[in-house]
Design a protein around this ligand. Structure first.
Ligand SMILES: [Zn+2]
Length: 92
């Protein structure tokens, strides 16, 4: 019996959930060419992400833990793709 496939991928880690929330809010985005996550440094998108996070807490996760997970993701990714030409950095 090969019925183990699931329609929707289960988000297994809190980090994965946080990435998903941030992505949904537009706070981070994936480089289309290289697949690296980038912080868009958009304070409004971040606020939106935290709003989504509070409304959509994973089961058994406290609000504090969820917010910490979002911050940890934001801290761990850069605002440019490490493999893209450095043109973007001129916009800072
Ligand atoms: Zn790239």
């Amino acid at each position: 019996m090969l019925m183990t496939r699931q329609r929707r991928p289960v988000i297994r880690t809190l980090r994965g959930w946080a990435m998903n929330v941030l992505n949904e809010a537009g706070a981070i985005r994936e480089c289309e060419e290289h697949g690296w996550m980038q912080d868009r440094a958009d304070p409004h998108a971040r606020e939106r992400a935290f709003d989504i996070a509070r409304r959509d807490l994973p089961e058994g996760v406290s609000r504090q833990a969820a917010e910490a997970a979002l911050r940890a993701v934001l801290d761990s990714i850069g605002d440019t793709c490490p493999q893209c030409p450095s043109v973007e950095q001129d916009r800072r």
